[in-house]
Design a binder for this molecule. Structure first.
Ligand SMILES: C[S@@+](CC[C@H](N)C(=O)[O-])C[C@H]1O[C@@H](n2cnc3c(N)ncnc32)[C@H](O)[C@@H]1O
Length: 243
């Protein structure tokens, strides 16, 4: 089978990585898992062994056929429900854990779709660069994604995974990330907060005074000369109350 670059088809071949993902997710028989991008089912198989029920969303028809054959028994039992479609478009079922080796092209949109849902725990494989942006607290990788994600969740990198763990081998390394729906910062109005953060990071070189002026908010003098990458998430949350 020819793998599609456009669909981010890098299949996990390292079973050690798969078993660690399962361990990190602390799966129980009472868990209902959502997996986005089941591929050839290497992770799905273990999810089915450890959880009560698994929902899978897969866009590639060829993989859907393969998965339907491989997990025919589980599908007939109602233990595995496979949804053919685009995970950014189809309606998501109810689940309490999200465990996926996701297609990297849709990382940002998929993550925000997840963050806005009700769930207990997510264990997600991301491109390393994206994972580092998600957890950054300052500096070059710190940006809109890092700040806004904190208003929804607590996020940590559990381990980095070498490109050799996948076939075909991607150009970059990956990281396994754990997400818990416990906000790290207290945001009063998500819309104002996102507006402020978007404006602040619209140009990384822009001093914060310019952002404040544009949005018509009063900010302490010492903040006016700061670049957005030096302003902590808590400060954005606090200042957004003035909008
Ligand atoms: C990185 S592979 C992971 C495959 C498998 N879970 C594994 O660990 O080996 C990503 C999978 O997501 C699927 N995919 C890509 N875009 C998708 C989308 N928008 N919605 C659902 N699945 C998608 C690809 O076809 C591929 O099977």
């Amino acid at each position: 089978m020819k793998f599609s670059k456009k669909l981010g088809q890098h299949i996990l071949i390292d079973r050690g990585v798969v078993s660690r993902i399962i361990r990190y997710a602390e799966l129980k028989r009472t868990d209902t898992v959502l997996e986005v991008g089941c591929g050839t089912g290497i992770l799905t198989e273990q999810l089915l062994k450890h959880a009560g029920k698994v929902y899978g969303i897969e866009k590639d028809k060829r993989f859907v056929k393969l998965l339907e054959n491989k997990f025919l028994g589980e599908i007939n039992e109602g233990k595995f429900v496979l949804i053919e479609g685009d995970a950014l478009k189809v309606e998501w079922p109810e689940f309490n854990k999200f465990v996926s080796n996701i297609p990297y092209q849709i990382s940002s949109e998929l993550t925000f779709r997840l963050l806005k849902r009700k769930y207990e725990l997510a264990v997600v494989m991301y491109q390393k660069e994206f994972a580092e942006r998600l957890v950054a607290r300052s500096g070059k990788k710190y940006g809109r994604l890092s700040v806004v994600a904190r208003a929804y969740a607590t996020i940590k990198i559990l381990e980095h995974v070498k490109a050799e763990a996948f076939r075909p081998k991607p150009k970059v390394d990956s990281s396994i990330v754990i997400i818990k729906p416990i906000p790290e910062i207290n945001v009063k109005n998500m819309e104002s907060f996102e507006k402020l953060v978007r404006e602040a990071f619209s140009s990384r070189r822009k001093k914060f005074g310019k952002t404040a002026e544009k949005l018509g908010i009063d900010v302490p003098e010492d903040l006016k000369n700061e670049r957005p990458e030096r302003i902590p998430p808590e400060v954005f949350a606090e200042l957004s109350k003035r909008l």
